[in-house]
Design a protein around this ligand. Structure first.
Ligand code: WT7
Length: 650
């Protein structure tokens, strides 16, 4: 690697920092040498009804079993609310900033307690019990956080489905975890446009019923007042229900390894899998990373721009910050509404100190020039964060120089839905920064690079990223399918957790994530399995075959490129192209919309029928000088047609 611009830790970053470089090195060494002692100590950062005596009990071999703090009893909502009440009952827990800049509110910890208790009592009243699955399909309003916390209070397992997903996708997730209680809103509101959440829920429930999962109740928050359909007996208005129950609800004593939530995520094969996180280890890890990675101090105003439908929203809007007694900002809107300055205006309005967003948003805002940024002050900012995909050095430098005026450290945090919390990241007062590198492992994290055959690579190297030992925030299983868990993450390289990411380690031991090495693509920081888009395409009756790959996209990071073979007798038209895009949106949601569709009379296959994606990726990238060996193809001539009709011709 040539010419990497190193940004050394500035004196101001170190001044009040929780962790300096010596402390990082010492703690890291301790955490690796003696994980039981290290996590035994940090496990006490949360409150326990019954303390744990065992710390780590994990194995990545054979059947794979992951347990942390297993004999302790605790409760997540107690830790995120009740334990703060004495000291910070009147402190703001949640600042809510609406889609409309004139719409905002603040919720104190006392108020949060009452909202969560009431909602928990509503769920109990309607028969929701410990271990039941509750699906949450909500806009970014405080009730989404109340719903999550209310589930944890009574020991119900929540499964949040991002509000941008289609009725079909929602139905699939309801059916997979057999969820019979759904919490939603009449409509969502983003960028001035409404999203028909209740209508989508109604459709999803019908689809679920055909798959023998009967939703008993739908609790509906009134957000816009838009007209919605109503099934009497099944559907309940949130505001009516919470008014009828008590404002107190005792938190359930939960075992450390009791399930906390399920979150569906895409993989390289098959349907999305239900990533299962459990109670104590997750909370210890989410809160600890939130504190040290963002150098969070008491009184800081913290804003993560993610949606609660993704893991970032779980760990770093709700659980991590609230467990730390923080003030967390929840934003309903989008970065460019009503203007390109929205993010920076919100930062000034609420005096945000810590700001955490995604490279795709930064690239889009960067495209609007510096003026929308420059007209705001941003002087409250102390730490900037990035997550979701590799941040290209240009976007990194813009974030640093323009947004942060060259004075604020950037933490580029690498992690996954599966990891529960951040695994590779700088610490603001400790780590010299390199634009585009997630830098070094967090405490307790043991990264390893291996080649395609599993040979361990030492020193500066480029390979596949594995983690060789467990950390408390790690997922425990795929809901209902432990074999799939073992198969997906622990079978490629025996005894190691395989992340699916490619990665380079430089001579300083810094990690540079290079992107997925499996058939997962990352579109605007959203994870998409190419297989899912393919199966949506082939479910259209005019499509006989489809292959989907990612290609570099200036704003989204990766775009979705689909090769589609039509049924005999069906002609490729512009109209059909639009119809197929609409079809994928209906099947999965707008985030899965193909950016490019190439009608292809044939796909490049080996004689045994395997599609050679390597070739398809190259053609989608408009780089076919190095297609490699095509002689093993059943019909090498298809490649010429694919090249001639490529959609990304420069
Ligand atoms: C994949 C996980 C975990 C938060 C949101 C995404 C990519 C995530 C980074 C980063 C480079 C990153 C990886 C990872 N990714 N953060 N800082 N640098 N790549 O969660 O949907 O589970 O996706 O996102 O490819 O495997 P997710």
């Amino acid at each position: 690697m040539s010419e990497v611009h190193v940004h050394r830790v500035q004196p101001a970053w170190k001044k009040n920092a929780l962790i300096d470089n010596d402390t990082y090195l010492k703690w890291y060494a301790d955490s690796i040498k003696n994980p039981d002692r290290f996590w035994g100590k940090h496990g006490k950062r949360i409150d326990w009804f019954k303390p744990f005596s065992k710390v780590k009990n994990t194995s990545f071999d054979g059947k794979v079993s992951i347990k942390w703090f297993e004999d302790g009893l605790t409760n997540v909502s107690y830790n995120c609310i009740d334990r703060h009440l004495k000291k910070r009952g009147h402190q703001t827990a949640i600042i809510w900033e609406g889609d409309n800049p004139y719409d905002d509110k603040k919720i104190t910890y006392n108020e949060l307690h009452e909202h969560v208790c009431r909602l928990a009592n509503v769920m109990k009243k309607h028969g929701v019990k410990k271990g039941d699955r509750v699906t949450i399909y909500m806009p970014m309003i405080p009730e989404a956080a109340y719903a999550m916390l209310a589930c944890t209070r009574i020991g119900a397992i929540h499964s949040i489905v991002f509000g941008g997903f289609s009725p079909d996708a929602l139905a699939g997730r309801i059916v997979d975890c057999e969820s019979t209680f759904v919490i939603t809103a009449d409509e969502g509101l983003r960028g001035g446009k409404s999203i028909p959440l209740k209508e989508n829920t109604d459709k999803a429930i019908d689809i679920a019923a055909k798959n023998f999962v009967m939703v008993k109740n739908v609790l509906v928050v009134r957000r816009t007042g838009g007209r919605v359909g109503w099934a009497p007996g099944r559907d309940l208005w949130y505001h009516d229900e919470v008014a009828t129950v008590k404002a107190e609800c005792k938190p359930e004593k939960m075992k450390a390894e009791d399930p906390l939530f399920i979150l569906y995520t895409s993989g390289s094969t098959g349907k999305p899998k239900g990533v299962l996180h459990t109670t104590a280890g997750y909370l210890v890890y989410a809160s600890m990373t939130h504190q040290y990675v963002f150098d969070y101090h008491d009184g800081d105003i913290y804003w993560c721009t993610a949606d609660v439908g993704w893991v970032t929203g779980h760990s770093y809007i709700v659980y991590g910050p609230l467990a730390n007694g923080a003030t967390t900002l929840m934003f309903e809107g989008v970065p460019n509404y009503p203007s390109q300055s929205r993010f920076w205006e919100v930062i000034d309005k609420h005096k945000v100190n810590i700001f955490y967003t995604a490279p795709t948003a930064l690239r889009a805002l960067m495209g609007a020039g510096n003026d929308p940024v420059k007209k705001t002050s941003r002087k409250s900012l102390r730490v900037l964060g990035s997550v979701g995909e590799p941040i290209n050095p240009e976007a990194w430098e813009w974030y640093f120089n323009v947004v942060g005026n060259g004075k604020v450290p950037i933490v580029d945090t690498w992690w996954q839905t599966e990891t529960g919390g951040i695994l590779i990241t700088p610490l603001p007062g400790a780590t010299d920064l390199k634009a585009g590198s997630a830098t070094r492992p967090f405490f307790g994290v043991k990264p390893q690079l291996v080649d395609g055959e599993g040979k361990v690579l030492e020193g500066a190297a480029d390979g596949n990223l594995c983690i060789t030992d467990s950390w408390p925030g790690q997922m425990r299983t795929v809901y209902g399918d432990h074999d799939r868990f073992v198969q997906t993450y622990f079978s490629t390289y025996k005894g190691k957790y395989f992340t699916g990411d490619g990665c380079r380690r430089d001579a300083d031991g810094y990690y540079w994530i290079t992107g997925r090495v499996d058939d997962v693509i990352n579109v605007s920081g959203h994870r998409m399995g190419t297989a899912e888009v393919e199966s949506a395409l082939v479910s259209h009756d005019k499509v006989s075959e489809a292959a989907v790959v990612g290609y570099p996209h200036d704003i989204k990071g990766q775009g979705i490129y689909s090769y589609v073979t039509l049924m005999k007798g069906v002609g490729p038209t512009e109209e059909l192209r639009k119809e197929l895009i609409a079809h994928v949106r209906k099947e999965i949601g707008a985030i899965a919309s193909p950016d490019k569709i190439q009608f292809a009379p044939g796909l490049p296959k080996t004689r045994s029928g395997k599609i050679m994606r390597r070739i398809l990726r190259k053609i989608a990238e408009d780089d076919f000088s190095t297609l490699g060996d095509t002689s093993t193809l059943a019909d090498p001539a298809v490649v010429d047609d694919l090249i001639a009709n490529r959609q990304n011709k420069k």
